[in-house]
Design a protein around this ligand. Structure first.
Ligand SMILES: Nc1ncnc2c1ncn2[C@@H]1O[C@H](COP(=O)(O)OP(=O)(O)OP(=O)(O)O)[C@@H](O)[C@H]1O
Ligand SMILES: [Mg+2]
Length: 186
């Protein structure tokens, strides 16, 4: 789509419609056009804010971009690791690469952190699930990334309830940190 190396994300004509259903047979009588023809481009290192009235489709747009929702139409292209991924048409190998590259940081860290998982388990889970680290290596990487977000190694075995709101938000940022997943020291 675009030869510019600085482009990270391109969105063209993105649409997400939800069916409006009625009656016992749940007949579709129309669509809610939650996202209708969104076009945008994000450069590497750029931060994009989406602003608008309640119900205008901000969350739905975000969910389409991270493939929580299957878009109704349009194109999403992610440029990562020297490759161009069509986010709407990922095969299983590309989906793995995509999941390593794109992570969500949730607005409410209390609701999005599992109270039964300590920092090591929470931040280490994506590394484990992606088969990127285990054992001592996993702990070293988690220790490194939590220090990058301003937490300390002695926090590794503490649970979410014992952190301040700001510290909890940092745990969420550390969990989403791509650096931990690509910093392979082998
Ligand atoms: N899963 C769904 N099924 C049906 N309709 C939905 C669904 N999710 C969202 N909608 C509808 O799509 C529209 C956009 O919702 P969305 O949650 O994206 O808005 P928003 O901009 O994030 O709003 P807010 O600022 O209130 O969070 C709304 O009309 C909403 O009712
Ligand atoms: Mg929202």
């Amino acid at each position: 789509m675009n030869a510019n190396n600085d482009v990270l994300l391109e969105v063209e004509g993105l649409r997400k419609y939800f069916p409006i259903q009625k009656g016992l047979m749940r007949r579709t009588i129309g669509n809610i056009k939650a996202v209708d023809d969104v076009n945008l481009r994000v450069q590497r290192g750029e931060v994009l804010g989406v602003v608008g009235e309640s119900g205008c489709g901000k969350t739905t747009l975000g969910r389409c971009l991270v493939r929580v929702y299957e878009p109704t139409g349009g194109q999403v292209i992610l440029h990562t690791d020297g490759r161009e991924l069509s986010v709407t048409e990922l095969n299983s190998e590309q989906m793995r690469l995509f999941r390593r590259s794109v992570q969500m940081i949730f607005q409410d860290p209390f609701a999005s952190l599992n109270p039964r998982m300590n920092v090591l388990e929470t931040v280490g889970e994506p590394l484990k699930v992606n088969g990127l680290a285990s054992g001592r290596d996993l702990e070293d990487r988690v220790a490194k990334v939590i220090q990058q977000v301003g937490l300390r190694v002695e926090h590794l075995r503490r649970y979410p309830h014992s952190f301040s709101g700001g510290q909890r938000q940092r745990i969420g940022i550390a969990r989403a940190c791509r650096r931990a997943r690509i910093d392979r020291r082998r």
